[in-house]
Ligand binder design. Structure first.
Ligand code: GDP
Length: 298
């Protein structure tokens, strides 16, 4: 994960190690190197610009510490700025005062929504919740069955249209699932919705219709980290089309660069809440900006 950026930054810092104090030229050269490292990691340009401006300002400014040498100071500043662009604090689910808490997943096909629904359900169960999974992706032929398999693995029931009831209406399924959750005392409802291969008006409208029918407490935008800056463009389209409260980043295990993780919060203003790091249900956790920054600088 993020190997390229990690290697690049390590070499920037090691070139500072022999310096007694940093001249303006040293700071400019360092800023240039960090800029290249971020651009190579596929971080969006506005994010890179802000990041570099902050690092330069802080390295030049009054933050001269007696306890740290110049290289350590730059590492500290970069670490803090990384945490900042990754979202600062860990953002947890905001549970509804009156259950069920409704979590709706939105994103493109293949982003990892159905897998994430199972992961989130398993994780919530481990936290003492009683989730219900809802199959409102009636577009993809095997989506309902896939969710049922995932639900079984997670040990979480799945609410799906009755077999043989014809093509279901995803909005009706979502609406009925809330009644079912109340009836069977599920405290969280996780709604899997249909995606398409690309941003599509019909898909967006369906997500809007489901949103309006169930008033989710949290809308999670699920996105594949491996697509880099494309993730940012898709995020923007979903933000404009449906809106969302947080991001679930998937396939971080295959993301050598880190551009999506480092850009999406700054561009959309919404925090990354969950990280998915493999195909197994347990490859999933809350997203911790400080730990992620630590891994990049490790
Ligand atoms: P959906 O179309 O958005 O519902 O996506 P799926 O949940 O069907 O996932 C698409 C593919 O990505 C499947 O083959 C998953 O096993 C795989 N996948 C999902 N999450 C991850 C992850 O975090 N890491 C890896 N390596 N693969 C994942």
């Amino acid at each position: 994960m993020f190997e390229t950026l990690s290697d690049r930054l390590t070499s920037v810092f090691s070139s500072l190690r022999s310096k007694g104090r940093l001249s303006e030229a040293d700071i400019n050269a360092t800023a240039r190197e960090i800029r290249i490292a971020l651009l190579e990691a596929d971080v969006a340009l506005p994010v890179v610009k802000d990041f570099i401006a902050h690092v330069k300002e802080r390295a030049t400014g009054a933050e001269v510490s007696q306890a740290l040498n110049p290289a350590q100071q730059v590492v500290k500043i970069v670490n803090e700025e990384l945490i900042e662009i990754l979202g600062g604090e860990t953002r947890r689910i905001r549970f509804a005062k009156t259950p069920p808490t409704v979590v709706m997943l939105a994103g493109l096909q293949g982003a990892g929504k159905t897998t994430l629904a199972g992961k989130l359900a398993r994780w919530l169960k481990g936290e003492g919740h009683t989730p219900l999974l809802v199959a409102a992706d009636l577009q993809r032929p095997n989506a309902v069955q896939q969710l049922q398999v995932v639900g079984e693995r997670a040990g979480v029931p799945v609410f799906a249209p009755e077999p043989g009831s014809g093509v279901g209406d995803p909005v009706a399924v979502a609406r009925r699932s809330i009644e079912q959750a109340r009836h069977a005392q599920h405290d969280v409802v996780i709604i899997d919705t249909a995606g398409r291969l690309g941003v599509d008006a019909e898909m967006m409208q369906q997500a809007v219709d489901i949103r309006d029918a169930v008033s989710p407490d949290e809308i999670l935008f699920v996105v594949d980290a491996m697509v880099g800056q494309d993730a940012v463009n898709t995020a923007q389209a979903f933000m404009d089309g449906v809106g969302f409260d947080g991001v679930a980043l998937t396939k971080l295990d295959g993301d050598a660069r880190g551009g999506a993780a480092l850009s999406v919060r700054h561009i959309t203003g919404r925090p990354i809440m969950f990280a998915s790091t493999g195909e197994k249900l347990e490859d999933f956790d809350l997203f911790h900006p400080d730990r992620m920054a630590g891994r990049i600088l490790d």
